[in-house]
Design a protein around this ligand. Structure first.
Ligand code: ZN
Ligand code: ZN
Length: 364
């Protein structure tokens, strides 16, 4: 018996309740969760912006300690500290063999998936991203566990599982930021500030953070912003002034909920040949954008989506933890507020109120 937060219907709050978990089956691992980030993506299930079969056990950004392993597990052993990841390369497919491991998730699963490890109220309940980190325990496949050093705080490490890797990779791998470039990141939430960090890692010269919330603009500076603006219009004027009209090399859209109507203004922040990365999740039913294609084509601009920051978790989680350990990547400061599992809905209310870079559930 364990407690987890479950979403039963679109529009519901998360309910914290008793769940049953299977023993770890072949290739699976029982993890005692230490911390789980309150990512905006889970909220997209609650609002219906991300369609999904419900109910689900929430949470896809967690870290914890391995409690038990099933038959055949070789990657981890009981007592190991692990970051959980949802985007796991198979190693065999075309994407994995051409350096695009993050896209492997779109390949058909190789074998019949096991039934969900969780059940509640007498029925099986799938876990978001096959992780279900909003709870005291989870059972996941060993491939989703990345062992980390025991002196790394688990609450900080948890954020690598989604926010850090998605945001950092948006600048480094997908935006392909180069030394000396000008980068603008729209949205300074838990993901956006990691794009600021990514731009800094890549050697950007000017890094402009755009957010209407003053607290987030203040925080953005610690994560690498050299300038801040409260709106895209303000950023446009600022970047034009700094670059003497040239505009930015890279724009990254990382607001909480995407909106196609802002695409034109976002791409106009970039110079001819500039790159725009769309990190924001836009409601799945929305299919209109505003974009002057005449202007876009004749300025040779690039527009790119974002799946897990273009990263390979087995390379990049250790890489990012190395940067953290050497003081080159901020993780601890991402955690604005910690919550007990029972207070999960307060955590999401605070996220919507713009109070948190990241709210994090912590467990004893
Ligand atoms: Zn997430
Ligand atoms: Zn693959």
């Amino acid at each position: 018996m364990s407690k987890s937060a479950i979403l039963w219907n679109v529009g519901d709050k998360w309910t914290v309740e008793d769940v049953q978990l299977t023993e770890p089956r072949a290739g699976e691992v029982l993890v005692k969760i230490a911390a789980s980030g309150l990512c905006h993506s889970d909220d997209h299930y609650a609002t219906g912006d991300q369609p999904a079969a419900l109910p689900v056990v929430g949470g896809h950004e967690g870290a914890g300690v391995v409690e038990a392993v099933g038959p055949g597990v070789t990657r981890v052993k009981p007592g190991d500290h692990v970051v959980l990841v949802f985007n796991v390369p198979c190693g065999d497919c075309g994407y994995c063999n051409t350096g695009h491991q993050n896209l492997c998730i779109y390949n058909p699963p190789k074998a019949d998936p096991l039934p969900p490890a969780f059940s509640a109220r007498g029925q099986a309940v799938p876990a978001i991203a096959e992780l279900g980190t909003f709870g005291e325990y989870t059972v996941v496949t060993e491939a989703r566990c990345i062992k980390i050093a025991e002196d790394i705080p688990l609450a900080s490490a948890a954020l690598l599982g989604c926010a850090v890797i998605t945001g950092w990779g948006a600048a480094t791998y997908l935006g392909e930021v180069k030394p000396g470039e000008t980068v603008v990141v729209i949205g300074s939430g838990g993901v956006g500030v990691n794009s600021l960090q990514g731009a800094r890692s890549a050697g950007a010269d000017i890094i402009v953070a755009v957010d209407p919330v003053e607290y987030k603009r203040e925080q953005a500076v610690r994560f690498g912003a050299t300038h801040t603006a409260a709106s895209v219009e303000e950023a446009s004027a600022l970047i034009a002034e700094i670059t003497k009209g040239a505009m930015a090399d890279v724009a990254i859209l990382s607001v909480g909920v995407g909106d196609g109507s802002v695409l034109q203004d976002t791409t106009r922040l970039t110079k001819p040949g500039g790159r725009t990365v769309i990190t924001s999740v836009t409601p799945a039913a929305s299919d209109t954008v505003k974009l002057n294609l005449f202007e876009f084509a004749l300025s040779e601009k690039t527009l790119r989506g974002n799946v897990y920051g273009g990263t390979n978790v087995y390379r990049d989680v250790p890489l990012l933890l190395g940067l953290y350990q050497r003081g080159k990547l901020e993780l601890d400061g991402l955690i604005t507020t910690t919550y007990a599992l029972d207070d999960i809905n307060q955590g999401y209310a605070d996220m919507h109120a713009g109070k948190n870079l990241r709210g994090v559930l912590v467990f004893d």
